[in-house]
Design a protein around this ligand. Structure first.
Ligand SMILES: Nc1ncnc2c1ncn2[C@@H]1O[C@H](COP(=O)(O)OP(=O)(O)OP(=O)(O)O)[C@@H](O)[C@H]1O
Length: 267
């Protein structure tokens, strides 16, 4: 099993997911087992179609495995829940609500009283650096700012787990780097268990405690790379020889995959 924690926050136990495509059956995930510790930041990289989103959707409770189990705190996932905040590439903000309104929305649904709602929203709007934009509508925000708003909204409901599916994929390189730093600084302040999907190997290494590399046909875990770079992650870390070595290691694992190999299961 890739990563064995004592009491894992998240566990995938022999998860297989296949889709019926009429005359064919597509195995999107084949016997995937993975454990993620509480407050661990795990990134997932791999070629297009290797099942990254399927894996995240199963954990989010949006898809059901065909075989095997997804567990959170030892309890099988049976649908979406407030313990798991999900952030997709397309920031799904309500266009008719201000930044504050968007961030408060989930709290309102959760029945959080007005004053506490306000205070919590304010705090997380601050954390993502949108203080001066709290009262504007999403249409007045740039793409990066909208994504920061989505992050504040996910953080505000205080989920123990953040599931992020290429959240910075649509952004320019500079905004992306800034959001990576902001996400890490938010994570340093308010630790969460994070599963973060990306196509960007540098991003995967920079953010993670551990990078999971997947392979396709069938989708499976191919490699797991521990990232022992210091925190806080700074530009110095990003430019260090240690970072480059890890990045090259992950790059090789993603782009020079040996089709017969899969990470052997640990006992
Ligand atoms: N609802 C579905 N019905 C049929 N096939 C699906 C469905 N969802 C995913 N698949 C297939 O499962 C495989 C894995 O898809 P998935 O989106 O999980 O891959 P991915 O690694 O996230 O890809 P990408 O990096 O391109 O976003 C793909 O071959 C895809 O076509």
């Amino acid at each position: 099993m890739a990563g064995a924690a004592v009491n894992p926050k998240i566990a995938l136990d022999g998860v297989t997911k296949s889709f019926d495509l009429g005359r064919h059956r597509l195995v999107a995930l084949d016997d995937v087992s993975l454990e993620i510790a509480d407050n661990e930041f795990v990134t997932v990289v791999g070629p297009s179609g290797c099942g990254k989103s399927t894996l995240l959707n199963i954990l989010a409770g949006l898809e059901e495995p065909t075989a095997g189990r997804a567990l959170v705190d030892g309890v099988p996932v049976s649908g979406p829940g407030p313990d798991r905040g999900v952030i997709f590439q397309q920031y799904a903000l309500f266009p008719w609500l201000t930044v504050r309104g968007n961030v408060e929305f989930g709290l309102k649904i959760a029945g959080v009283p007005r004053d506490e709602r306000r205070a919590r929203a304010e705090h997380f709007i601050d954390v993502v650096g949108l203080t001066y934009f709290a009262d504007v509508l999403p249409k007045a925000l740039s793409g990066g700012m909208r994504q920061r708003c989505a992050i504040a909204r996910a953080y505000a409901v205080n989920p123990a787990i953040l599931l992020m599916d290429e959240p910075f994929g649509a952004l320019d390189a500079l905004t992306r780097v800034k959001l990576q730093d902001q996400l890490l600084s938010a994570w340093d302040q308010e630790r969460r268990t994070v599963l973060f999907i990306t196509h960007d190997v540098d991003e995967a290494v920079y953010l993670a405690d551990r990078v999971i590399v997947m392979a396709s046909r069938p989708g499976r875990i191919y490699d797991a790379v521990e990232v022992d770079l210091p925190h806080p992650r700074t530009e110095e870390v990003r430019l260090s020889a240690e970072f480059t070595a890890l990045r090259n290691r992950v790059w090789n694992s993603v782009y020079h995959q040996d089709n017969d190999r899969a990470l052997p299961a640990r006992d």
